[in-house]
Design a protein around this ligand. Sequence first.
Ligand code: GDP
Length: 487
Amino acid sequence: EGVTTLELAKRCGQSVATLQNILVNVGEKVGSEFDPLGIDVAELIAMEVGVNVKRLHSYEGSIVLPRAPVVTVMGHVDHGKTSLLDALRQTSVAAKEAGGITQHLGAFVVGMPSGASITFLDTPGHAAFSAMRARGAAVTDIVVLVVAADDGVMPQTIEAMSHAKSADVPIVVAINKCDKPASDPERIKVQLASEGLPLEEMGGDVQVVEVSAVTKKGLDKLEEALLLQAELMDLKARVDGAAQAYVVEARLDRGRGPLVTALVKAGTLVCGQHVAVGAEWGKIRAIRDMAGKLTGKATPAMPVEIEGLKGLPMAGDDITVVDSEERTRMLSAGRKKKLEQDRLRKMDEERLRKIDEEKLRKMEKEKNSDSESTEEEEEPTRVELPIIVKADVQGTVQAVTDSLKTLNSPQVFVNVIHVGVGPICQSDLDLAQATGACIVGFNVRPPATSLSLAAAQANIKIKVHRVIYHLLEDVGNFVVEKAPGTF
Ligand code: GDP
């Protein structure tokens, strides 16, 4: 009694061909569009085109409860995002249980005396936020906009505001560094208002809190403001039924394999379930809370670490529970195929674009030589800068790659030829030597002395940083060296 391909296509608003493509990709038989599809297969396809039709129905009457808000910290470089997150993390549930020591796992939960809690995403910055959104992961409920009281509204402050606005995510302003003698919160408020942010004390609905990440003053006020904002938003989630979740961060552990920090949006993720995660798949072998304690399941807004995937997914990938290993495998194979197709298509487009550019340049040159201009014009060539990116976790790999691409210009083409999670190793060096690439490490240990020596001998540049801004500056200088007259 399954639906036909034709019917499903109509209901999903997709063409029959699109659905048939998916069928091929997941290794199912493609029959006539009038043949009925099995329920499983229909559901699989609906999932792939982002429609949850079947499932929504079966969730009718399910349990919906309030959930904790998920918060991202944004703001200009050096205004104290990292410090603020560090200070908040120290008050987190995990830190309390672990005696104050926690590692960066991509997210943490702060519990309030009232029993309410707030989930913070532990990667500051816009690149991470954008990377998640690019994958369709609308994870963040509230943005904390950090502005240093001794500095004021800066370009990235405004950028953060527009990010939040375009994602339709409300802002709570944290004016930081209020401990500094030079701090002038009132001036910041005026600046923010003149940038069009409707502050509460001026009749708008954006709350402003004065804090110091160093003295920890005002952190409780900030948490209160976030809970108030959350209350206004009336955040709720279905708690029963199959989980819908997102990857916040993924990393490789030597002993345990791929580890994923996941955040459940709805439903309950249960140990032992088969999941498709982006283009990866696996069976959940263990679920740990942020304090590292084994827990059998995860409910909405509760960040957990899951173990058991076969490969490393990307930040923002969605986690879908699938009923059998066979299906997860099929789904993952289908998605991998699609990713590969997309990659090839992009490469093709890039190639065509280059050819077009070339043609255009030729034509222009001919035009120039037609006109009386006889002097030799130096032809501008685009310098290619091959780069290998290594970072501590998948999320930062993506963020670093994205930010490096902002260095692209008509003169310079930043070509990220390889990315990876983990420290810089011999194979990176080999690749760099073969391609003339420069190696960029973010949040990773500096390479071992022997590697550094080998790199120096082979004239391979290695740049290791912990602050994106510094990294961009460094690579930017390198670009200037390679392509003088660029900036
Ligand atoms: P980010 O680039 O926004 O993540 O900024 P950081 O957290 O790295 O902070 C930049 C600098 O400002 C560091 O030297 C911090 O120690 C300092 N800082 C951060 N918050 C405060 C604060 O509340 N008061 C003071 N006095 N310094 C702060």
